[in-house]
Write a protein that binds this ligand. Structure first.
Ligand SMILES: C[S@@+](CC[C@H](N)C(=O)[O-])C[C@H]1O[C@@H](n2cnc3c(N)ncnc32)[C@H](O)[C@@H]1O
Length: 163
């Protein structure tokens, strides 16, 4: 069977956050660990939340729905030089898929309250996975052009360059 040219995704829910515009918002959840938000899952997917309260952190895959650009080279928020988009976490990428690791604070029905937010209000959620350090953490030294820049994470905020 050959791979399809296009793949259709259905949002499973929406992010609710205080950010209604990209200007001035955090660029990574690690840079705004206390920023609250919530995900409301659509009713059809609620059964998929069984046992989710057992995890401290979740991996949230999203669609950058307000980003209209698709670029192969971008100047990311943390740099003044251009990089290949796959060497960045920039929104203006093919398929516009975001990956945010958030801290799960509580579960209320099909609402997940979390802390650590870099997502606009109404961001469509494509998937949620439990964060499992044994699977997801690597001890690594090489972080490419991010070296020397990640320390600025908490200070750097987004602008509309990827709009
Ligand atoms: C640099 S991305 C990082 C997102 C995720 N942590 C990642 O690494 O994939 C975060 C930025 O994406 C932009 N953004 C967030 N939600 C968006 C949305 N729904 N549509 C378009 N841009 C969005 C904002 O500029 C925000 O600061």
């Amino acid at each position: 069977m050959t791979a399809p040219d296009t793949i259709e995704c259905r949002p499973i829910g929406l992010v609710h956050s205080r950010f209604t515009a990209v200007e001035g918002m955090p660029i990574q959840t690690a840079g705004a660990p206390d920023e609250p938000g919530r995900i409301e899952l659509f009713p059809d997917y609620a059964a998929g939340l069984k046992d989710i309260e057992g995890f401290d952190y979740l991996i949230v895959l999203t669609h950058f729905h307000r980003c209209m650009q698709e670029r192969l080279e971008v100047t990311p928020f943390l740099d003044t030089a251009a990089h290949g988009v796959f060497a960045t976490r920039a929104p203006a990428r093919p398929n516009r898929i975001g990956l945010s690791i958030v801290r799960l604070m509580s579960v209320e029905g099909r609402t997940l309250h979390f802390s650590g937010n870099d997502m606009l209000d109404q961001t469509p959620v494509l998937d949620i996975k439990p964060y499992v350090p044994r699977f997801d953490v690597r001890d690594t030294q090489r972080i490419g052009w991010f070296a020397g820049r990640v320390d600025a994470l908490a200070q750097v905020r987004s602008d509309d360059r990827m709009g």
